[in-house]
Structures are given as structure tokens and as C-alpha cells.
Design a protein around this ligand. Structure first.
Ligand SMILES: Cc1cc2nc3c(=O)[nH]c(=O)nc-3n(C[C@H](O)[C@H](O)[C@H](O)COP(=O)(O)O)c2cc1C
Length: 293
């Protein structure tokens, strides 16, 4: 059976599939004829993005990637206004103070579902997930990340390594070195029994993907941001655990305890929990640097 077909009894010859398909798989001779599927092009270039099936007003597209039940009507009545979208974006903060309450499995599944709807390079849907709620594993990640920070601070204070570092990264070196005192504070906090890495959160969601897939890192970042938006809609708070991601690239114990396959890399980590506080105000960002060309 061909990958894509058009049901002639349902097609209303509206021409939208022809216009919308990014791979140019459909052609329509004139406005009175049903579009034709260019089979060979479909085989080689269709990325199963589903735009054809999503745009078709009569459900005339038969696509092997979208079996019955996978094409759903858009509920226009649920569309957010631009004011609502903007309010959500500007009031969303990194949440680091959590109540001592676990997150339900169904809620986590909903967040992952939302993350998986993010755009991805050639619709690769490359992002994979690890859900970490085991307290011992969370503690281990905090310890390994703190150790990584301590090691990094020590190395950057070594005059030989410092000189080499300056040589390699040149003008970026000062930026990195300027955060040394901040790193020290994280390390000291860990020594004092505080958790400034995951802030005692009940959940860490790890985003990873195959290193071989182009833009796998970007895909994971977009998935992570979707997850943070969905979690906000569910009344949860989250923040991006950048130190954990950095540490996972330097210390193979982190990917190992998270069962990350050898050919994959961790590209994002989102800390989640029930927020302890509710923000009453939103704060302006610095004016963005923008070049109009
Ligand atoms: C790539 C990235 C890495 C981050 N890493 C951390 C982190 O390791 N720990 C942390 O507490 N916050 C982390 N954050 C959160 C930022 O500090 C936060 O986004 C920024 O201060 C702005 O505050 P807001 O998110 O509340 O608006 C990270 C954010 C990004 C985008």
C-alpha cells in the first residue's frame, strides 16, 4: 500500500494539501481534479509531519503514519488570546521552592506528552525522557553535580590550567572565571548539607537524544520548554538545571545512573515540584538588544 493516498470520495479539491506540504508531495492539475500523490517523492521526502492530514477539511488524506484515532479535530474554543499567552509567559518564573509533595504519575505523563509535541528537526521527535523521582538517585545527582562544580573551581584556579583555558577560549575566559565565586557558594552550600542544585524537588525530568541526529540538542531544549509551559498550566513550578546538564557532560557517572544509552547525550534537565509560593508581581526584563535590518 502506498505511504499516502487521497480518498476521492471525501476530497473536496480545496488544494490546501498541495499548498501546505513542505515536501511537495501533492500535485493538482486544475481546480476540478483531485490532487495526485507523487509516490516516489513521498517515499523519499515525506517526514510524516502530518500537515496534510491536519489541514484537510474532509479527512480525505490516508497516511500510513496516522492510523485511525491519530487525527483529532482542533477545538477552536480552547484557543488562548494573545493577552493570555503573554500573561503566562511574563509571569512564569524559575521556581526553586517546593512543597514536600510528590507529583502524580498521570501529571508527569501529561507533561511528557506536551514536551513531545514540540517541533523537532525533520520531525525526528528525537527527544527521549528519564523521569527521576527516586530520592536516593536525586541525592546522588546533587552530590555528583556539586563534586563537578568543586572540581571545576579547583581546576580554574590552577595557574597552568587557567593559562591554557585563556588560550583556548580567549575572550570568553573572563566570563567563565567571573562565575568562580558563585560556584564556590554552591559548593559551600553542599558542604553545609543544603541542596542548591535541585532544591529538594520531588522530580527531575531529563531530556536526552541521539548524538547522531542533527539538532538533537535543540529538539530537546524545545521539548523542555514545552514541558515547563505544560507544568505551569498544571499548577506546578520548574526550573532548568543547567549545572546538572554540564556535570553530565563531564562525569559519565551521571548518564550512567540515569541509564542514558551510550549513543545519547543529556541535553536538558527540568526540576519540577509544587510551588511553595505564589508570585504577586511580574518584573520587566532588561531591554533586548535588537538589530532591525
Ligand atoms: C540554560 C539555563 C541553565 C540554567 N541553570 C540553572 C541552574 O543550574 N540552577 C538554577 O537555580 N537556575 C538555573 N537556570 C534558571 C535561570 O537562573 C533563570 O531562568 C534566570 O535567572 C531568569 O529567571 P526566571 O526564569 O525566574 O525568569 C537556568 C536557566 C537556563 C536557561
Amino acid at each position: 500500500m502506498p505511504k499516502i493516498m487521497i480518498n476521492p470520495d471525501l476530497c473536496n479539491k480545496c488544494y490546501t494539501c498541495v499548498q501546505i506540504c513542505p515536501a511537495g508531495i501533492f500535485i493538482q492539475k486544475d481546480k476540478d481534479s483531485i490532487p495526485k500523490v507523487l509516490g516516489a517523492i513521498a517515499e523519499d521526502f515525506c517526514i510524516s509531519c502530518g500537515h496534510c492530514a491536519a489541514i484537510c477539511p474532509t479527512q480525505a488524506i490516508i497516511h500510513e503514519s496516522f492510523p485511525e484515532g491519530s487525527i483529532n479535530p482542533v477545538r477552536q474554543e480552547l484557543n488562548l488570546s494573545s493577552e493570555q499567552v503573554f500573561e503566562m509567559i511574563r509571569t512564569m518564573r524559575s521556581i526553586r521552592e517546593f512543597r514536600d509533595k510528590p507529583i502524580e504519575k498521570e501529571t508527569i505523563e501529561r507533561i511528557i506528552d506536551g514536551a513531545h509535541f514540540a517541533p523537532s528537526s525533520t520531525n525526528s521527535q528525537s527527544t527521549e525522557f528519564v523521569v527521576v523521582s527516586n530520592k536516593a538517585v536525586l541525592k546522588k545527582i546533587v552530590a555528583l553535580t556539586s563534586l563537578f562544580l568543586a572540581k571545576t573551581a579547583k581546576q580554574l584556579r590552577n595557574p597552568v590550567i587557567m593559562a591554557l583555558f585563556r588560550l583556548v577560549v580567549r575572550n570568553k575566559a573572563e566570563d567563565t572565571l567571573s562565575i568562580l565565586p558563585k560556584i564556590d557558594r554552591y559548593v559551600d552550600a553542599f558542604k553545609n548539607g543544603e541542596d542548591k542544585i535541585l532544591y529538594n524537588a520531588p522530580l527531575l525530568l531529563v531530556f536526552h537524544g541521539k548524538k547522531s541526529i542533527p539538532l538533537s540538542d535543540v529538539n530537546a531544549t524545545l521539548a523542555l520548554h514545552n514541558a515547563s509551559l505544560v507544568s505551569r498550566g498544571l499548577g506546578l513550578g520548574s526550573f532548568y538545571a543547567g549545572f546538572v546538564v554540564e556535570a553530565s557532560h563531564r562525569d559519565s557517572k551521571i548518564p550512567s545512573i540515569l541509564s542514558i544509552p551510550k549513543n545519547n547525550r543529556i541535553y536538558g534537565a527540568l526540576v519540577l515540584g509544587h510551588p511553595k509560593f505564589t508570585y504577586k508581581n511580574w518584573i520587566e526584563r532588561r531591554p533586548p538588544k535588537v538589530e532591525w535590518i
